[in-house]
Design a protein around this ligand. Structure first.
Ligand code: HEC
Length: 443
């Protein structure tokens, strides 16, 4: 027996067993999830409706209330399908619709916790009839390796010249009440003009001129999520960054949101999710991610290839893309050997441009080490164990018993990135206290 449910839920045998559990037994997700209540959240396609648009007069009759801090659901409760439909079809806020894309995705969730961990079980249907677990592939063209395929939003894919190749993702944001406005407006606080695939993207030179984002700071090539509290101006423009010491002080006070992503290609093959946070940018936690580049940028060749002794092939081919029975990820400690330039490469050979490794992941960035997933009959199931106290309060939110947290959820489905995802209005989740969703206490 892996887990013990509280007597209130009625597993009598569990109560007896609980008395004899050795103290070193690792806490595990519920063995029987059917005992945990299910909540369904409808995530919708948001287009370019970010922070700035919501506060502009184009958000008719609503912008003053949004500025005043009213919650999205105070006006939009139950409207997710309607909003998603308008935007995905390009009638509002989407200048470049992707043909045939679903307007919403229904995310089912079950949440439990015990003394050590929080447990989440997520399920959602995918638009494609296969798992989206391929990402950043490289193709040998007879002479050299080149990146091949990409997100559905890219011109080369829209035109049919290259295949859609981009991983499915599930994102969690957690606020413990430290970030003003997050409870009411959630993810929409983090999405701004100037970000990738949003209006007003700055040039590389403009970014380089910013002390926080430029070469003297994060050395960013583009703008990603950030919190308004990291900016000086009311409008929180991307370049109105506070001083480095002010940002450090905010972080030390816990004024950031936790952000973590389960990634079908870059973390799932080693049963992990990544771990990051949002403050002045979307950043990874201290340490090392489970994924890295499998590309030597000097020679533009892969660093590792598949181990034919283990998986039968040294690479896949263009025709294997989308075939879930083929190997799709290079896992350093499991199926990889160093790249051999003389291995007889043929035009159309394909290797992942990313490498995944559980062994190499380290530090706070490797906190999500117990995340299992399965795609079956058109549905992803992800079971996510998160330590309530990761030991890294400097870039994580610690989940305390007796407290509610504001969660934001997003799903990237069917070969997309950036704004082409689905996002839900924020929900509070209570651990041993009230919330829109109440986590079930185990043991
Ligand atoms: C005071 C009520 C109110 C609040 C609060 C509010 N909205 Fe709206 N929102 C509206 C109205 C009314 C419209 C439709 C305007 C129109 O018909 O052109 C709208 C339109 C939208 C649209 C465009 C799609 C559509 O249906 O026309 C999006 C997206 C949207 N709101 C998102 C949000 C988000 C996200 C929040 C929270 C940050 C939010 N709204 C807060 C009232 C509100």
């Amino acid at each position: 027996m892996k887990s013990i449910l509280a007597p209130a839920i009625g597993v009598a045998a569990g109560v007896v067993f609980a008395l004899s559990v050795p103290s070193n037994v690792r806490a595990e997700p519920p063995a029987d999830w059917s005992m945990i209540p299910t909540t369904m959240l409808t995530l919708f396609y948001p287009g370019q409706g970010g922070y700035d648009w919501l506060r502009s007069s184009e958000h008719k009759r609503a912008y003053a209330k949004v500025i005043a801090g009213d919650s999205c659901v105070s006006c939009h409760e139950g409207e997710e399908k309607e909003i998603g439909q308008l935007i995905v079809a390009g009638e509002r806020l989407e200048p470049n619709p992707i043909e045939g894309k679903n307007p919403t995705v229904d995310l089912k969730m079950q949440i439990a916790y015990d003394a050590e961990n929080a447990y989440f079980r997520f399920q959602w249907p995918t638009q494609m009839d296969r798992p989206g677990q391929m990402h950043d592939y490289m193709r040998f063209d007879g002479e050299k390796w080149e990146f091949y395929g990409g997100a559905r939003s890219e011109d080369a894919v829209r035109s049919g010249g290259e295949p859609p190749v981009y991983e499915d993702r599930l994102t969690l944001m957690i606020d413990d009440g430290s970030v003003p406005g997050f409870a009411a407006q959630g993810c929409w606080l983090t999405c701004h003009t100037g970000m990738r695939d949003m209006p007003g993207e700055p040039t590389k030179e403009q970014i380089a001129a910013n002390p926080i984002l430029g070469p003297d700071g994060l050395n960013a090539g583009d703008i990603r999520k950030y919190l308004p509290l990291s900016r000086t101006a009311e409008e929180a423009e991307w370049d109105a960054t506070k001083l480095a010491e002010q940002i450090a002080a905010l972080k030390a006070e816990g004024k950031f949101v936790d952000l973590m992503q389960w990634r079908a290609a870059r973390s799932a093959p080693v049963n992990m999710a990544d771990d990051g946070y949002v403050l002045e940018y979307r950043l990874f936690d201290e340490g090392k991610n489970p994924f890295s580049w499998n590309v030597d940028r000097k020679t533009m060749t892969p660093k590792f290839m598949l181990d034919a002794n283990k998986v039968g092939v040294k690479a896949i081919t263009v025709n294997d893309i989308g075939d879930p029975s083929k190997p799709y990820a290079v896992i350093r400690e499991e199926n990889a050997v160093p790249y051999d330039p003389d291995a007889g490469w043929q035009e159309g050979d394909v290797l992942p441009g990313r490498m995944v490794s559980r062994e190499d992941a380290a530090g706070s960035a490797a906190d999500n080490g117990q995340v299992t997933s399965e795609w079956k009959d058109g549905v992803w199931t992800v079971v996510w164990t998160r330590k309530r106290n990761t030991g890294h309060p400097e870039d994580d939110k610690i989940i305390e018993d007796g407290k509610a947290y504001n969660f934001g959820f997003a799903v990237h489905d069917d070969n997309v990135t950036t704004r082409f995802h689905y996002v839900g209005f924020p929900v509070s989740i209570g651990f041993g206290t009230e919330g829109a969703i109440q986590a079930t206490r185990l043991q």
